[in-house]
Design a protein around this ligand. Sequence first.
Ligand code: ADP
Length: 398
Amino acid sequence: MPTPRPTPPDTGEVYELLRGVIDPELGSDIVDLGMVRGVESAADGTVSIKIALTTARCPLRGQIQKDVTTRVGSLPGVGSVEIAWAELTAEEKARTMGNARLRAAESAPPTAIPPTAKVLMIASGKGGVGKSAVTVNLAAELAQRGLEVGIIDADIWGFSVPRMLGIEGRLQAVESGEKKIAPKTKRVGRGEIHVVSMGLLVEQEESALMWRGLILSRAVQHFLEDVCWPTDLDYVLIDMPPGTGDVQMGLARMLPRADMIVVTTPAVSAQKVAVRVVNMGRRSHLRVAGVIENMSVFVSEEGKEYALFGRGGGQALAADAGVPLLGCIPIDPSVAEGSDEGRPAVLQPGPAAREIRKIVEQIVEEIVPPVEMQSCSARILEAAIANLDAVGTGPATG
Ligand code: ADP
């Protein structure tokens, strides 16, 4: 008498086994990540599994396939394993990344940044695109709206945040049980900006260049772990070093809850390096919240436009990354002058200031609203009313 064939496995058992298949890029299992679309177990022992990947040409497909077949194939009753591949929809991709971020956050090392503060990493593919100027101006506009803003100047080789904000002096330690660094604070409108930077640690800008890479990455780690931030901080903006080196990856790993904003210039040819930054962010589970094009057309007083650095780069990058283009900041002498004089351009009238305000409006209203805004705290309400009052009464005439 032939031995009876074992019954085909229960789909629940298959799901359990699939929990052991880790997407190496996202660092979590494919069931948790929502990549398993369905499992069917037929009477003849064929198990069919539908798996959706982040992109159809995912280079890790081979590895996932091998893992799935060997694991599921080892179940009694399984004759063959068939995999149907699909691609996650934009919505599913967002959910998958969300799940992965949550997992990464659970295992991320702790930082001193208050959990209620929203973290925005301001990144760029290369230097000189105005990343620091954008960081400082976004921070100034957020503060002007009555919000408390921290800036971590992590652009350790090219730190310029203190100069752009007119902040001088040295960072001091505060004794509060354990030793912490007190950020330098500048009042802007009804809010404040609190800054930590290498520029506030070393004597001269040139001397930082002599520091070794390892010491510099340690400095950034200190800025994440040992700063005594105000507890009511609404945002922390991180002025990232350009590119995708070790310091950037370290920051991304330490702060998987961060949202990344990529600053780029209008030259379409320059977007290849910016795409690499987007990919690095995604690999570290960060949400890429949007693109800002800086140094867009210069508009003369007569209204004539000069596209000095080309056109369309911001739009091209945003489309490539599947994220919104938050705005295009024009070339405006007030940005360069303001940077040199420690007076962010957004605090004065001008075309760049107008665009920066629009970008901040989107950030605060929809892209990354502050935690207080979501629960409508009294403090924000108070600031909004005060702003309305200011608009209603116009500037004080003495
Ligand atoms: P990054 O941080 O990307 O290296 P910076 O923010 O230091 O670049 O900007 C480089 C230079 O360009 C600075 O002198 C800055 O003031 C100037 N700059 C940045 N954005 C603009 C703009 N929209 N219009 C005019 N000058 C700008």
